[in-house]
Design a protein around this ligand. Sequence first.
Ligand SMILES: NC(=O)c1ccc[n+]([C@@H]2O[C@H](COP(=O)([O-])OP(=O)(O)OC[C@H]3O[C@@H](n4cnc5c(N)ncnc54)[C@H](O)[C@@H]3O)[C@@H](O)[C@H]2O)c1
Length: 337
Amino acid sequence: MKVLVTGGTGYIGSHTVVELIEAGHEVVILDNLVNSQPVVVDRISQITGTSPTLAVGDIGDPDLVDRVLTEYEPEVVIHFAGLKAVGESVAQPLRYYRNNVSGTITLLERLDAHEIRKLVFSSSATVYGDPQTLPITEDAPLSAVNPYGGTKLQIEQVLRDVAVSDDRWRFAALRYFNPAGAHVSGLMGEDPTDTPNNLLPYITQVAVGRREKVRVFGDDYDTPDGTGVRDYVHVVDLARGHLAAIETMSEHRGFDAWNLGTGVGTSVLELINTFSEVNGVEVPYEIVDRRSGDSASSYTDPAKAHRDLGWKATHDLAAMCRDSWRWQSQNPEGYGG
Ligand SMILES: NC(=O)c1ccc[n+]([C@@H]2O[C@H](COP(=O)([O-])OP(=O)(O)OC[C@H]3O[C@@H](n4cnc5c(N)ncnc54)[C@H](O)[C@@H]3O)[C@@H](O)[C@H]2O)c1
């Protein structure tokens, strides 16, 4: 298939492009490089032997999107492009709603005009707010606890409404739990431009000496060791989830959502200890106050994705820790190094 990947030079997008190319699909990336670097295309090419096309520009630019759709005629879109920093979204909600929600609406309008009506959307476990029941299944109540989560919820609603208006549309919303890990080659991984929002890149930056210690936000949660529990899922497993979604798309009409996670909850201290053990490196940490908006535990029941998409995570926590460390130790400054 010819696949348009928005946000394809970003962390999850780049790993998905590799899996798409290795599965024989043809890829064009549309990314404005607000949070990624063009060198990612070279890394993809080093891994796969094929260089995907990169169109640099914004999903909110209708003329540019038109040009890309006319030139490359994709059959399906995987839509990663978006801003994702929770704290920044609290400080700059309009920028987040403009970029994520308005950008998606522009993209959908142009896709509709070009009669391309298959789209996989990067949603997030954040749409479950502070979960009331564990494990989290797709029918759990939805709520937004910050503007970033608000953009994901609103986009899902837009997709639902568009699907109702015209039954030719097929939308797969993939709600990721906690993406972690890196490509096994050590050539690609997560490269936060600022303070990492996710725990594993924070740990690797401490391990490589870029930061002094990991701050663990709270050890008095109602969890086995008191620290927050999350469902870490290897980025290559996530990438393969997108492949599964496009390959089964003809079987699903309208809008549907699937949780992508392992189903295994891991605490902050378990992750730090596993990282130290498998990589043989010290990770100093300190316990600090809880962070507002954090829930004690979040993990999924991945049964629906297994049943409908034939997808199941295959990498364990040790693999995520090993691969993240390989990436960080070979690229101490990320792609900029
Ligand atoms: N990483 C996570 O923890 C996580 C969890 C759940 C959901 N998600 C979602 O998955 C998607 C990908 O996340 P990621 O971790 O790879 O983030 P990322 O920032 O590495 O990748 C996003 C990419 O989108 C691009 N982009 C942003 N706005 C754009 C625009 N208007 N036009 C064109 N390109 C634009 C950025 O330059 C970047 O390359 C995002 O939508 C994110 O919200 C991420």
